[in-house]
Design a protein around this ligand. Structure first.
Ligand SMILES: [Mg+2]
Length: 309
């Protein structure tokens, strides 16, 4: 037997009862398994858990794939399949991507604007994030376009432009209170990732290092190991090891193709307002406006999230 929680999160103000009933009906009709709906639990006016039992043993991935048509047929509601086990709520490590995840922007595009190559860089970023281009190659091409930019005097100005995604500070605070370790692994650059780490009081950060010459200008290259999809995945495992966290109790959140390997490695993965290809390949998608909605995916209610003492 397998147990799942199917969390429905509306993007609007409320999740109507008729939508919950409709999704529950679709789950029963769509699944090829012998299946029963045990209970329905309201998490907030916008979110509800539907608890499902499947007679056979089936993985989260297979059950989620079975329900693809249900997941894709509701534009303004995210339908998220989680294994309903001890690790669902008791996450002990959250790893976040930075650009377009913890912050709204892509830092490399902010830098590119100063070098007058924003459009070219944006085009390459789009292709890389949609998984159409190898991340390492895309980073190499983009950094090359920045060659000659006097970066040393721009760091503070660019940091001031970084805008933290709605709900992120509250989410991080809540998770820390639950003794969860928090990390940012970024395919962007260390100066900015460590700044965001400090802003959010995270426990760890890793990112790429831009090479700067003696005059403070970018050489068009990075130094050291590239933080790509594979590196994020390996680092997630290292963090589990260092913090003595079972891999099942880890979660990866990101928006890009280069976040998919770590999502597959982690106990769970969340594609945050991601490109369509990434949404499909990830363990789940969340396209709402506030990142505190992740706490609904873990099964917390509004009372537990907002009214705790
Ligand atoms: Mg990103």
């Amino acid at each position: 037997m397998s147990k799942f929680a199917v969390t429905c999160i509306a993007h609007g103000e409320s999740l109507p009862q008729k939508t919950i009933d409709q999704i529950a009906k679709e789950i029963i009709e769509t699944s090829k398994q012998e299946i029963s709906i045990k209970t329905v639990k309201k998490l907030s006016t916008r979110a509800t858990d539907i608890f499902v039992e499947v007679a056979s043993t089936v993985s989260q991935k297979d059950f989620k794939n079975e329900l693809t048509s249900v997941i894709e047929s509701h534009d303004n509601v995210d339908v998220i399949v989680s294994a309903n086990n001890e690790y669902r709520q008791a996450k002990k490590l959250f790893v976040f991507d930075m650009d377009s995840t913890l912050i709204y922007q892509e830092v490399i595009e902010l830098i590119a604007a100063y070098a007058g190559v924003e459009e070219q860089v944006h085009e390459i970023t789009e292709r890389a994030m949609n998984n159409e281009l190898d991340f390492k190659e895309s980073l190499r091409e983009r950094v090359k376009l920045l060659k000659g930019l006097q970066i040393d005097t721009l760091y503070d100005e660019i940091k001031q432009k970084l805008e933290i995604t709605k709900g992120v500070p509250e989410l991080c605070k809540f998770l820390h209170e639950k003794n969860c370790k928090l990390a940012v692994l970024s395919g962007g650059f260390i100066q900015f990732a460590s700044f965001i780490k400090d802003q959010l009081n995270l426990d760890f950060c890793k990112a790429n290092l831009l090479e700067v010459d003696a005059e403070g200008k970018l050489t068009g290259k990075t130094l050291g190991t590239t933080v790509d999809g594979q590196c994020k995945s390996e680092t997630l495992l290292e963090l589990c090891d260092n913090y003595k966290v079972p891999v099942e109790a880890s979660c990866m959140v990101g928006d890009g193709g280069n976040d998919l390997p770590a999502m597959a490695t982690a106990g769970f993965g969340i594609a945050w307002n991601a490109k369509p290809k990434v949404q499909k390949a990830a363990p789940c998608k969340l396209n709402s406006k506030s990142m505190t909605d992740i706490l609904y995916i873990l099964g917390y209610t509004d009372d537990e999230i907002y009214h705790r003492q």
